[in-house]
Design a protein around this ligand. Structure first.
Ligand SMILES: Nc1ncnc2c1ncn2[C@@H]1O[C@H](COP(=O)(O)OP(=O)(O)OP(=O)(O)O)[C@@H](O)[C@H]1O
Ligand SMILES: [Mg+2]
Length: 427
């Protein structure tokens, strides 16, 4: 995990000297001008604004670097103690659960980053809690009582992007029936969460960069510059460094967004926490569904402890809510979604049983498990891309015809997933 991409502390003396020099130039301009016309005043004001931004940025970095240096990570401190220490400092967890060292490290960095306005980039696989972490950063900062505006950059069609982010004037384009505020204006004084930033097209990246530099936006169809003060938190499940190398993401934007860079661990790296997470979400689901916490059959418990969770915490949470909703007192394998059930047609679960039958040999069991896992993954993948095989092949970096062959082998029809195109972003 990276805290800062560059070591800014070493260069700060030089940076401050540069700022003082600029201030002196402005002071002498003012002192020696006999008379200032409006354009001169505006020019000076612009220079002052730029200077103020530089000072703010430098001081935020300084504060962050100092805080980070003052309290070095204490790896030997027990996870429970680290969580307790955060609690004692009135840290707002926003429901973030877990004692995994990487998660705690992310929370400790979030604690230090929250009071600053430094941009934060959060990466991690799908469902690892990136949006939750963005809310944690917002909730622990001075902007907590101001808006938190979430924008899914991957879900906005390219031609509507500018209007969504920056708003538009009435009549700016066909369908612009009235003036409309964009997400940046809505996030004024608060936080804007730019989700799936890796999906932002290059044209949008240029526009975003301009806003980050000037701290002002222009609505589509308007010349008026509107000042916006929104703290930026961005998230991605892509490797943005690789995207930069491939020319798909602007490097300058990457560096601007990732002054603080947090990476959230996938659930398979926190396997020891799965029992605790099951209990946590089991209680949460019981409360939400107004029932007693569901008990798990031994085979369901084994499955939940071993499963790979490609959808990470979201998937685990959804599974627990599902079984809490469907099961009576005790949940069994039959309460899992069909695509996940570790039962091959060769080993069907006996009717009415809370668990499946046991395979006859180890190799049968392995084959059945591997087939089922492959099928489940294909179905989940298709669900996520709304049934578009080409897109799935691209995401998984595999040959499209090989993917088609696998789908055929399992009797999966991509068109059956077309209606479920919108990915489930809700818990
Ligand atoms: N550490 C955690 N403790 C409790 N709940 C969590 C944790 N991490 C994630 N969750 C829950 O898991 C679900 C998914 O989290 P979130 O939406 O933040 O993930 P994400 O990384 O943004 O996913 P995606 O990449 O798919 O958008 C949410 O319901 C969230 O509350
Ligand atoms: Mg998300």
């Amino acid at each position: 995990m990276r805290i800062l991409d560059q070591d800014v502390s070493g260069g700060s003396a030089i940076a401050y000297a540069g700022l003082i020099e600029k201030i002196e130039i402005l002071r002498s301009t003012l002192r020696w001008s006999a008379r200032l016309e409006r354009p001169d005043i505006e020019k000076l004001l612009r220079q002052f604004t730029a200077l103020r931004d530089e000072v703010m940025q430098l001081s935020h970095r300084e504060r962050f670097v100092k805080a980070a240096a003052a309290e070095p990570a204490r790896p030997r401190q027990a996870p429970g103690e680290r969580r307790q220490a955060l609690l004692e400092r009135s840290f707002v967890f926003e429901g973030t659960f877990g004692d995994n060292p990487k998660l705690l490290e992310a929370l400790e960095i979030a604690e230090k980053a929250a009071p600053t306005d430094l941009p934060v980039l959060i990466d991690g696989e799908s469902g690892t809690g990136k949006e939750l972490m963005a809310k944690v950063i917002h909730a622990n900062g001075a902007r907590a009582d101001k808006p938190f505006i979430s924008v899914n950059c991957g879900a906005i069609p390219e031609n509507l992007l500018e209007s969504e982010l920056f708003g538009h004037r009435k009549g700016a384009f066909t369908g612009a029936a009235s003036d409309r505020k964009g997400k940046f204006e809505s996030a004024h004084r608060g936080t804007i969460f730019l989700d799936e930033i890796g999906e932002l097209p290059l044209t949008g990246q240029v526009k975003l960069l301009r806003v980050l530099e000037a701290h002002e936006i222009q609505r589509v169809g308007s010349d008026e510059a509107i000042a916006v003060d929104a703290r930026i938190v961005a998230a991605t499940n892509r490797n943005l460094r690789r995207f930069c190398e491939e020319g798909r993401f602007r490097e300058d934007l990457f560096y601007r967004l990732s002054v603080i860079h947090l990476t959230l661990p996938p659930l398979r790296e926190r396997k020891d926490e799965i029992p605790l997470l099951i209990a946590y979400f089991g209680d949460e689901a019981a409360e939400a569904l107004k029932r007693r916490p569901v008990a798990l059959s031994p085979r369901l418990r084994d499955f939940l402890l071993d499963y790979a969770y490609p959808g990470n915490i979201r998937e685990l949470r959804n599974l627990i809510y599902r079984i809490s909703c469907l099961a009576g007192e005790t949940a069994g394998l039959e309460h899992l979604p069909e695509a996940l059930r570790p039962v091959s047609p060769a080993f069907p679960a006996p009717a009415g049983s809370a668990d499946a039958a046991i395979p006859k040999s180890l190799s049968d069991a392995k084959r059945a498990a591997s087939d089922e896992a492959e099928k489940a993954l294909l179905e989940r993948g298709l669900q996520e891309v709304g049934g578009t095989v080409a897109e799935l092949a691209r995401r998984w970096d595999m040959n499209r015809s090989h993917l088609q062959t696998l789908l055929k082998k399992h009797g999966i029809h991509s068109k059956d997933f077309r209606r479920a195109a919108a990915p489930d972003k809700s818990p």
